[in-house]
Each structure stands twice: as structure tokens, then as C-alpha cells.
Design a protein around this ligand. Structure first.
Ligand SMILES: Cc1cc2nc3c(=O)[nH]c(=O)nc-3n(C[C@H](O)[C@H](O)[C@H](O)COP(=O)(O)OP(=O)(O)OC[C@H]3O[C@@H](n4cnc5c(N)ncnc54)[C@H](O)[C@@H]3O)c2cc1C
Length: 318
């Protein structure tokens, strides 16, 4: 291992940081925790610290801690849109669970209001909303991950989650208490600042017949099964669609379906997906992404932009 790699992968936590985190969070503070199991690609090196907060006051405590100790931190949701480097992530990786996973739905006159914690599973959110007749929720059906991640990414299909957001509550190290913020939603991104964590969201949908909504959900899920390799570890679409075109079409046009780099393969079913077909490293995926991007640039004259977020230290895994 080179001196540079050694420096880039050395923990930033001092022994007293570890002790303090253990004192506050007990077994929910882990050290050198491999992140691969927490990502849909099943790829990623260790976090210096991996801490799970169960409620708003624990989250506030953790954010005050990282600020006082000047530690870098990063919030991980369902890990379905991130490529974590093989060298792992320095500082504290924050995860929400417990109260943050809650979802409640109220079916009112003409509308369905969903109140969800930042780590609520999108599958649960969409299923509960559909059972109350939430019109349009089918456009979010089958998108893996959490509410917080979906907001950051403005996840969706023909309609996006931002369209349904009524209120967003966040916390940050500079303001460690739940407070509402106004957010703009753009194509696969939002104006949420890097330094905030979404802790709670209220969504509002027009109300329609439950049977019709469920039928629409089912249609979407069936279509996904046919067109996406959902049984394999991947992170959905890797590149954003360029203006007026589809990244998948461009990638397919350069003959990239089936290209391989180590254990990573451009999906033969959906060209914008890269599957981990066995033992892929972040380096394999990053090399394949670069190869695809180069081919599309050279042959189509289009510079593809990544949709997946690259996080942590990218090194030679061997
Ligand atoms: C099979 C498959 C199909 C997919 N289909 C779609 C699709 O149709 N449409 C679509 O838009 N996406 C799709 N995706 C991508 C992905 O599911 C979405 O982007 C999802 O919203 C990411 O949520 P997450 O919780 O997994 O976020 P993560 O991947 O954990 O994180 C993504 C980003 O959000 C940030 N983040 C996570 N939680 C929070 C929080 N609480 N507060 C603030 N920031 C946070 C992270 O720091 C990171 O920057 C698909 C992925 C897969 C694997």
C-alpha cells in the first residue's frame, strides 16, 4: 500500500472520539464498519464510524458531536444511489432508524397526507399511500431507498417526489434541532444543502379510488420487472438523461451492453444499469463508468453526467 493510500484510508477518529460515541450510542456506534452491506451495489469499504440515530434528540446530539470534534460526516439512506469507494469513508457515517422509519397516512377530504420519517422505506410509503387512494403515487412505485434519499435526489419517473412535498424538516450541525426548510426540486436533484439531514417529510396527494391507484401501482411494478435487472445488485440508472435524449439509448448505441470490468457489467437488459455480477469493487464500477462515458462522448458527442453519487476514497482494491 502506498503512503498516499495509507494516509487516505487512516481513520480520523481519536480514541476519545470512539469512547464518546460508544458512551452516547452504545452498540449503535460501530467502528471500521464495512459499508458494502448497506448499499444496493453491495460495494464499499469501511466507515471510520457508523452511527445509527433513533430519534431527533439523538440526531441533534450526534450533529453537535461532529461539529465540536470537527469530524467530517455523511448521511447514508438506503444506499440505492451511491457508489462507496473501496477505501471507505472517513469520519462519521450517519444512519437514521427507529422513529425515523415511521410512516402515518391520513385520508382526508379530497387529499391523502403522508407523514414519514427520514429513513422511512419508500416501498412502505408508497404502499400505505396507495391503500389510502393517493393519486400519482404509482410514479414512485418500485423506487428503492428512503424518503430522505428520495428527497435529496428528487426521485421519480414521469412524476417526481418533489411534486408531492408539503413540508420538509431537517437538522444540521449548525442548527441541531428539527426545522422546516423550503426546497426546490430539479431533475434528479434538489436544492437541499449538503450539510442538512432530512428527518421528516409531509407529502400530500389528491385522493382517488383505492382500486384504481393500486392497479396503476401494479402496472408500474410489472413494467419495472420486465425492463430493469431488479434481482441483481445495482444502483438503478448510473447517468442522468441528457436534454431531449435517454442515457440508456446512447449507451446501447455504442454497443456497451454486456461490457465488463472485473465483477461489474453493463446490464444486457437496461444499458444505463451496471450490475455487480460477482465480487465487483468500486474501482471496477468506476472504470466501467469511465469507459462508457468515453465511448458515448467519442461516438455520440454527448458528455454524460453521473446520477449516482460517488462517496469516500477510491483506491486500488487489490
Ligand atoms: C433497481 C433500482 C431502481 C431505481 N429506480 C429509480 C427510479 O425509477 N427513479 C429514481 O429517481 N431513482 C431510481 N433509483 C435510484 C435510487 O433508488 C433513488 O435515487 C433513491 O431515492 C435513493 O434513496 P436512498 O435512500 O437509497 O439514498 P442513498 O443512495 O443512501 O443516498 C443518495 C443521496 O442522498 C443523500 N441522503 C440520503 N438520506 C438522506 C437524508 N435523510 N437527508 C439528506 N440526504 C440524504 C445521501 O447522502 C446521498 O447523497 C433506482 C435504484 C435502484 C437500485
Amino acid at each position: 500500500m502506498s503512503a498516499t493510500t495509507r494516509r487516505a484510508t487512516a481513520t480520523l477518529l481519536r480514541p476519545d472520539d470512539r469512547k464518546a460515541l460508544r458512551r452516547i450510542f452504545g452498540e449503535r456506534a460501530r467502528f471500521q464498519e464495512p459499508l458494502a452491506p448497506y448499499t444496493s451495489w453491495k460495494i464499499g469499504g469501511p466507515a471510520d464510524a457508523f452511527v445509527t440515530a433513533h430519534d431527533e434528540s439523538e440526531l441533534a446530539q450526534l450533529l453537535r458531536f461532529v461539529l465540536q470534534r470537527r469530524l467530517p460526516w455523511w448521511i447514508l439512506g438506503g444506499g440505492s444511489n451511491v457508489l462507496v469507494g473501496d477505501g471507505g469513508v472517513r469520519g462519521v457515517v450517519v444512519r437514521l432508524a427507529g422513529e425515523f422509519a415511521g410512516v402515518s397516512v391520513i385520508a382526508g377530504v379530497g387529499e391523502v397526507v403522508v407523514d414519514a420519517g427520514g429513513s422511512a422505506d419508500m416501498a412502505l410509503v408508497t404502499a400505505k399511500a396507495a391503500s389510502a387512494g393517493a393519486s400519482g403515487v404509482d410514479s414512485l412505485a418500485g423506487i428503492p431507498g428512503t424518503v430522505g434519499g428520495s428527497l435529496r435526489m428528487n426521485a421519480g419517473t414521469d412524476r417526481e417526489i418533489g411534486e408531492f412535498v408539503r413540508t420538509v424538516w431537517v437538522q444540521s450541525p449548525s442548527r441541531p434541532e428539527p426545522h422546516a426548510v423550503s426546497v426546490q426540486y430539479l431533475y434528479r436533484r434538489s436544492t437541499l444543502e449538503r450539510e442538512v439531514i432530512v428527518s421528516r417529510v409531509t407529502l400530500a396527494f389528491a385522493r382517488r379510488g383505492v382500486r384504481d391507484v393500486r392497479e396503476d401501482m401494479q402496472t408500474r411494478l410489472v413494467r419495472r420487472k420486465k425492463t430493469q435487472p431488479i434481482a441483481l445488485p445495482n444502483a438503478g440508472s448510473c447517468f442522468r438523461n441528457p436534454n431531449g435524449d435517454k442515457a440508456a439509448r446512447l449507451i446501447e448505441s455504442v454497443g456497451a451492453k454486456g461490457w465488463r470490468e472485473g465483477g461489474a457489467e453493463v446490464s444486457p437488459l437496461h444499458a444505463n444499469f451496471i450490475n455487480n455480477v460477482g465480487g465487483a469493487t468500486a474501482k471496477d464500477v468506476a472504470t466501467l463508468l469511465a469507459r462508457v462515458r468515453r465511448a458515448v462522448r467519442d461516438r455520440c458527442g454527448v458528455e454524460l453526467q453521473l446520477e449516482v453519487h460517488l462517496v469516500g476514497v477510491f483506491i486500488d482494491a487489490t
